[in-house]
Every structure is written in structure tokens, then in C-alpha cells.
Design a protein around this ligand. Structure first.
Ligand SMILES: [Mg+2]
Length: 126
């Protein structure tokens, strides 16, 4: 089950846009962070079921944040959201333990299927 969703992005508009792509009738609780470090701190605080992670951010990048979170919780479900669609960047994210990589600009259908995949994965882990 997915209850808590953490959105890590330095752009408030990007966070808002992502949120609008997520169904409102599922009772999700949303948490937000504006950089990778804040994202890691919030992760430890909130223990979200799913985390959306931007890559290019100040203070701590999404790569570093992803790495720290996976070190802390190897089962973390982290969906990287990035405009950088180079194979190299995607491979790096997957190697660091990302659950999947979604391309910006985001499409509602992609968010929906990512969440439904994540729900299945979390169910199997229970
Ligand atoms: Mg950014």
C-alpha cells in the first residue's frame, strides 16, 4: 500500500506539477523537499512509501540523495524524475538503486503506471 509520497525537487513549480498528476482520491499524504539533503532528512523523518527525486538540485544532487537514502534503506522505492534522458544518467540512477526513471516533462499516465508498479512491488515485499 502507498500512503506517504515524498517529492524532492528544487523547483516548487515542478513539485506542484507532479502533485497534480497524482490522483487525489487515494488518501495519499504528501511531503516535499527542496534539495537532496532536505530530501534525505525528510526521508528519515517521514519514511515515505514512494519518493520522487529530481537530479539537478543545489546543496545535494539527486544522485547523492538517492545514494544516501538507499544506504539508509535498501528497499526504498525511489522514482527519479529528470529531463536528462541520456542512457548514462539512467544507468547511473539504476545502479544507485533507483526504482525507475521517468522523463520530464511528466505525463499523467506515466505517473499512474509508476505508482501502480510501485504498489505491486511493495505488496510483494510485505
Ligand atoms: Mg532541479
Amino acid at each position: 500500500m502507498i500512503r506517504k509520497i515524498l517529492i524532492v525537487d528544487d523547483s516548487p513549480i515542478a513539485r506542484k506539477m507532479l502533485k497534480t498528476c497524482i490522483p487525489k482520491d487515494q488518501g495519499y499524504e504528501f511531503y516535499e523537499a527542496g534539495d537532496g539533503k532536505d530530501g534525505f532528512e525528510k526521508y528519515k523523518d517521514v519514511k515515505p512509501d514512494v519518493t520522487f527525486m529530481d537530479l539537478t538540485m543545489p546543496v545535494m544532487t539527486g544522485y547523492e540523495s538517492l545514494e544516501e537514502i538507499i544506504k539508509y534503506d535498501k528497499n526504498a522505492v525511489i522514482i527519479v524524475v529528470t529531463a536528462d534522458v541520456q542512457i548514462k544518467a539512467i544507468k547511473k540512477c539504476m545502479k544507485l538503486g533507483a526504482y525507475m526513471v521517468l522523463r520530464k516533462p511528466l505525463k499523467r499516465e506515466h505517473i499512474h503506471s509508476a505508482l501502480s508498479n510501485a504498489r505491486d512491488t511493495l505488496q510483494k515485499a510485505d
